[in-house]
Design a protein around this ligand. Structure first.
Ligand code: SF4
Length: 313
């Protein structure tokens, strides 16, 4: 076992814990039992996962509340959006929703696209898996295809509905070089199954009956959701030498994590991101904090800062 693996496993043990779910938008998915409700809520929570976590959780709760005013469940809401009559009822309730760059109208359009995926494929999982070959090394090209489908539906079939430029912020594609953090996080929730990740697109899910024959999302195909926290700490650990946190950096970090767990490289993601979200790892070197960190022995940044301190001291 490598040193990196030993210390990452230690970090995983300490931070990959259900009691820390309250610091993550994934917690909303655990409030629902029905897999279609979970698919809607996971998509909502993932696409809004930019900004600080308190703001994200407030916005997800706000959107779910607005949906509950006109429908009995998130999945019912999405199904009913196929009807123009229901859209006219739902639209005023979503007016006033705002999450940084996005507004309520963006969510209505997102849910209409989801509704069409359900209508055509049975679930979003089935739609995504229709693009993912069982022997694909990773989810990249399937994600590009899903986003491309949704963009073309947005401009053709759904063109009669209002849309605005802020919506495009919700649909990111590896094709354009983006690390697609929110979509990779959503896919991690779909492709991993444990006490945190619901694994809705794995073979044991209740959605599996909608999937194309022999298809499921496998943990080894996932790509790390690279955000400001995981990106910075990945750089500290030497998992990527790239300054820009783009798709290539996400592939590089995932490959490096495969040296620690070839079948499930993103299992470390929740734990690594807790270091940033819970403000355990701050942006400057702090001896008193770093000394208690599980990653101290493998953190190149803390070593270099420590050396500098010693030289100057
Ligand atoms: S050792 Fe310090 S700088 Fe390195 S990851 Fe831990 S808290 Fe962050």
């Amino acid at each position: 076992m490598s040193r990196l693996q030993i210390f990452l496993n230690q970090l995983h043990q300490n931070y990959h814990r259900p009691e820390l779910l309250s610091s993550d938008p994934l917690e909303f998915v655990h409030r629902y039992d029905d897999p279609w409700d979970q698919e809607v809520v996971a998509l909502l929570a993932a696409v809004l996962a930019y900004g600080n976590v308190k703001q994200i959780r407030r916005s997800v709760a706000d959107a779910l509340h607005r949906m509950s005013l006109v429908s009995t469940s998130p999945s019912q809401y999405v199904r009913e959006l196929r009807s123009l009559d229901f859209y006219r009822i739902a639209e005023p309730e979503m007016k006033g929703f705002i999450h940084r760059f996005n507004v309520g109208e963006d969510l209505l359009l997102l849910f209409q696209l989801l509704s069409k995926s359900w209508e055509d494929h049975g679930s979003l999982g089935a739609h995504f898996l229709s693009h993912l070959e069982p022997d694909s090394l990773h989810v990249g090209s399937a994600l590009e295809s899903l986003i491309s489908d949704w963009r073309s539906w947005q401009t053709s079939q759904l063109a009669h509905r209002k849309s605005n430029r802020s919506f495009s912020y919700l649909l990111t594609s590896p094709k354009e070089g983006s690390c697609c953090k929110r979509w990779c996080m959503f896919l991690r929730w779909m492709g991993r199954k444990d006490e945190l990740d619901p694994g809705l697109w794995t073979g044991s899910s209740r959605l599996a009956r909608t999937f194309p024959e022999g298809r499921e999302l496998k943990a080894h195909q996932l790509i790390i959701p690279l955000d400001t926290h995981t990106g910075r700490i990945s750089q500290y650990l030497g998992l990527t030498g790239r300054k820009s946190l783009n798709w290539l950096a996400a592939l590089e970090v995932t490959e490096a994590l495969k040296a620690c767990d070839a079948q499930d490289p993103t299992r470390y993601d929740f734990a690594i991101s807790r270091l940033g979200i819970l403000d355990v790892c701050q942006k400057s070197f702090r001896v008193e904090i770093c000394q208690k960190c599980d990653l101290l022995s493998v953190c190149r940044y803390s070593k270099s800062q420590n050396r500098k301190l010693k030289r100057s001291g």
